[in-house]
Ligand binder design. Sequence first.
Ligand code: NAD
Ligand code: G6P
Ligand code: MN
Length: 447
Amino acid sequence: MTLKKQSILVAGGGSTFTPGIIMMLLDNLDTFPIRQIKFYDNDGDRQKQIADACEIILNERAPEIKFIATTDPETAFTDIDFVMAHIRVGKYAMREKDEKIPLKYGVIGQETCGPGGIAYGMRSIGGVLELIDYMEAYSPDAWMLNYSNPAAIVAEATRKLRPNSRIINICDMPVGIEYRMADILGLKSRKDFVVRYYGLNHFGWWTDIRDHEGNDLMPKLKEWVHEHGYVTPEELANTSEEDVEESWMHTFEKAKEVSWLDEDTLPNTYLKYYMYPQDEVAVANPDYTRANEVMDHREKQVFSECNQVVNYGSGAETTLKADDHASYIVDLARALAYNTRERMLLIVENNGSIVNFDPTAMVEIPCIITSNGPEPLVTGEIPRFQKGLMEQQVAVEKLVVEAWSEGSYQKLWQAITLSRTVPNARIAKQILDDLIEANKSYWPELS
Ligand code: NAD
Ligand code: G6P
Ligand code: MN
């Protein structure tokens, strides 16, 4: 059977992740054929550096694919099957502020968790809704696969404010951890096992992991994680070829202490910010946060590689390579395009899957993906510990979306106060007032 060729738009063409996505799409053309790739960004200069390099690589490796990069929404969104969206409204300059402002008050400064994530959410909602509106205007049958962060808040905003839109919100963190689980278990691939998992984005737990014969792999994994977190045996022995930054290694180690809280499950790494906030503040450098690290490493490296491809006029020697994690995006697109019924974790409306939890919450759970969209699986009842934590966190996320659409200062103050990462309402207000000042040109006006 010949597969219908797809037309893809990468929104946030200037993202540091764009070259990795393109290399990954090139690696998968046999099962996900492409006729056209377009890039869209609202910063034409930033996008051009990435696009010029990708154009050269595409011409060399798949000249049949038509390529354009544009800042014009109509040109970008017309004749598209899939929008792969990864924008960062305010870019790294604003991420740096999201991280540094809370730290001034001794509170977690993080891209998606706590007040920093809330601030980023207040910027991101408008940007992602704009992309949805362009898609609906110019390619109403397309699907948007969105990984623009903070995914939890963006997902709630799209559920509430664009209820009929064809957007699916996704995260690579469970996939990234499952790569590590495969290493820990000595398996070749995360596809050698099937998982059950539930939670909110960056706030969830694995409850069951089995191989294809049905053997329970949780006991062996738990034993390892309780002692080493998600650090792999190769990393422990210093024989790993992966170059993982110090700050991420700390996160994978810290999962150990998070895992001790519940004997029945294995945790997402980001729970460390909510279970041990003071520890994370203590190891943070308020003058040099993750945004600085990314600007100095990933951003520099990606842009200088792209500039080099353009200078050589060839990508034959490039070190740009497919981002392994990103392969789940093509799994998702393929499932929607060709009805593969792949099983994946997605961020979807609960709608009864977790029976003792708000049906309108956006939860991260396993779904079967058909050409008609995701069919979420039933989770059942969840225990009191997780339920309590999730109810608090989902209230934070819903309050942020209400604050954004109503322009409510009070609700945003409540949201920050309710975050487990923030010690009291006074500090919440001080952080909020600083964030308002820093985000003047991005947030709706609050009163
Ligand atoms: P980046 O700053 O390098 O790239 C983002 C691009 O978006 C920039 O080129 C910027 O100009 C563009 N942009 C900003 N606002 C826009 C708008 N309104 N319209 C169009 N383009 C706009 O950022 P990055 O580090 O490469 O990350 C990109 C996004 O992907 C972030 O939101 C990041 O958090 C997210 N991400 C999510 C996951 C996940 O698990 N969901 C994984 C990786 C990255
Ligand atoms: C993980 C998360 C993403 C997040 C990324 C941050 O992959 O799932 O949601 O964007 O980490 O990584 P960075 O390297 O930008 O700090
Ligand atoms: Mn994520």
